[in-house]
Design a protein around this ligand. Structure first.
Ligand code: HEM
Ligand SMILES: *[C@@H]1O[C@H](CO)[C@@H](O)[C@H](O)[C@H]1NC(C)=O
Length: 501
């Protein structure tokens, strides 16, 4: 009796073990080196047991192999992934050979029939549907329409500075991430829906709380990631729902109300919601479709922009010389430090360089995945034979490792905006070593809006306050191991001293 129980358990463990390792060797059989891989943990053990962010595992492999290999074969839990190490190939995959690598992997994690709020989000769509919806979404983001949001952002900048004044009396620490989230949430909701969420007041709309929860909510994505790693070929209908139902209901109702309101007021403003209503007529969109377009701004634009603001403030706080140089640039363009003129901000080189350098040190996604959609021969300089890629093969791009490679960015931990002056960005992008907004046809479609928001907030703050870093903020630039999108570990605590101008 006891013996057969033991035998049963042993057999079960054996079956699980065989299941877990059954894909290992996939790359070796195709002539590709496989770094060490552990059952259940795959090649990136910190994905499963996070002591450091798993993009650091990727960086470790990158640093070990990049001088001798153009790519190596890895496993995300069980799923085979080709880790690209040679920057020239990165550029090829994003830009020059894009038509062979049109999809990224997010579509594998999400069933858009269950998560309707992302149903039209270009980031999770593939093939023809991606092309169509990306074209539709980008008509929302013309220069003209972004310009109409400038007045809104100025209003939000004013509220932001008043909030900082109120909250930071006596040198109190403020939470930079929270500050960024309030600023970005307030801007996006007003720009997109015409709703003032009152994120800086004592009685904000419930959406402010909901945004904070959405930003902190990692569980759905973690589970979806784990399922995807264990069962890479799971049919779509068996995949779990990623975003909680409460979330769908809340944002669905809010958006529906905002659309109603705008229709009834019949305002003619050349803004995003106006354009959405026009699109509804022309493209015959359901209200669900409209909600999905609105949520693309929130899902893809909220955390990315707010973290980038907080991280840039942190780096400016640690580098007073850079902050001073930025302050002088801002003063010259807008003496007196009144509300930032957003048109003028676009052209300020040092502000732009500070932002890009901060995005280099803290890229929003420390890695990126691409799927081969059409057969391709990958020719790495370190390999005699090309690697024949087949549709369905998955590639990973170690964005964090590329951004922090001392060969391209000497002393990569040091914040040095000058790297980006004099055409630095263009060179870095062409070399395949800067991917702050991605590159090529799938590059971030909200880039100009994200830049406009981030620069407005940074300019408003730096011109009114001297930014200092609280001793409570951890030293170094380590990324929080358990947060999916990269963000400084331990929180960003800042102090603001009003300037006398
Ligand atoms: C500073 C803020 C932002 C950063 C750092 C950022 C970064 C990125 C990155 C790295 C990608 C992936 C590109 C690739 O796969 O090659 C991306 C894609 C995307 N972003 Fe952003 N983003 C920001 C703001 C925004 C905003 C405000 C919006 C919405 C208006 C937005 C909408 C999107 C969309 C829809 C995609 C998917 C594009 C596609 O696959 O065709 N992003 N972003
Ligand atoms: C910073 O990046 C943005 C977006 O990629 C680009 O438009 C701008 O020219 C860059 N600025 C500098 C100084 O590198």
């Amino acid at each position: 009796m006891f013996g057969s129980l033991l035998l049963g358990i042993a057999t079960l463990l054996g079956v699980i073990y065989v299941f877990l390792v059954s894909n290992y060797g996939h790359w070796r059989r195709r002539g590709v080196t496989e770094p060490r891989v552990l059952p259940l943990f795959g090649s990136f053990p910190n994905m499963v047991w996070p002591r450091q962010h798993f993009t650091m595992d990727m960086r470790d492999i990158y640093m070990r192999y990049r001088n001798t290999h153009s790519y190596v074969g890895c496993f995300l839990v069980r799923a085979p992934k080709l880790l690209i190490l040679e920057p020239r190939l990165v550029y090829e995959i994003y830009v020059s050979a894009f038509k062979h690598f049109e999809d990224n992997d997010a579509s594998k994690m999400i069933d858009i029939n269950k998560d309707r709020l992302v149903a039209l989000n270009p980031f999770v769509l593939e093939g023809e549907e991606w092309r169509r919806q990306r074209a539709v979404f980008s008509t929302l983001l013309t220069n003209g329409r972004i310009r109409t949001t400038h007045a809104i952002m100025q209003r939000v900048c004013r509220d932001l500075c008043e909030f900082i004044c109120r909250k930071s009396v006596g040198g109190m620490d403020l939470d930079g991430i929270d500050l960024g989230l309030r600023f970005t949430g307030e801007s996006l909701f007003d720009c997109v829906l015409g709703i003032q969420a009152r994120a800086f007041s004592e009685n904000p709309l419930p959406v402010v709380r909901q945004n904070q929860e959405m930003s902190a909510e990692n569980m759905g994505l973690a589970i979806a990631g784990a399922v995807c790693g264990l069962f890479p070929n799971l049919p779509r209908r068996l995949r779990p729902k990623v975003f909680p139902r409460s979330h769908d209901e809340f944002y669905g109702a809010l958006i529906s109300e905002a659309l109603q309101l705008r229709r009834s007021k019949n305002q003619e403003r050349n803004d995003f919601i106006n354009h959405l209503l026009e699109m509804q007529r022309d493209l015959d969109l359901t209200e669900e479709d409209m909600a999905s377009h609105v949520m693309t701004f929130m899902f893809d634009g909220l955390d990315t922009t707010s973290n980038s603001i907080a991280q840039c403030l942190l780096l400016l706080g640690r580098n007073p010389d850079c902050q001073q140089r930025l302050f002088e640039e801002l003063q010259k363009s807008n003496p007196g430090g009144d509300l930032p003129d957003l048109d003028a901000l676009i052209d300020l080189p040092y502000l732009s360089a500070c932002f890009n350098e901060s995005l280099r040190i803290y890229p929003a996604g420390g890695w990126s995945s691409k799927t081969c959609t059409k057969a391709y021969e990958l020719r790495g300089s370190h390999h005699a034979e090309p690697l024949k890629l087949r549709p369905g093969d998955n590639l990973m791009i170690p964005v964090y490792a590329l951004h922090n490679d001392p060969e391209f960015y000497p002393e990569p931990d040091i914040f040095r905006p000058e790297r980006f002056l004099d055409g630095g960005l263009k060179n870095f992008k062409q070399q395949g070593v800067f991917l702050g907004f991605g590159n090529g046809p799938r590059q971030c479609v909200g880039m100009r809006l994200g830049l406009a928001m981030a620069k407005a907030a940074l300019a408003a703050i730096v011109q009114r306050f001297e930014v200092l870093v609280s001793p409570r903020t951890l030293d170094g630039t380590e990324i929080d191991p358990v947060i999916f999108v990269g963000v400084h570990k331990g929180g960003i605590w800042l102090q603001f001293v009003p300037r006398n101008i």
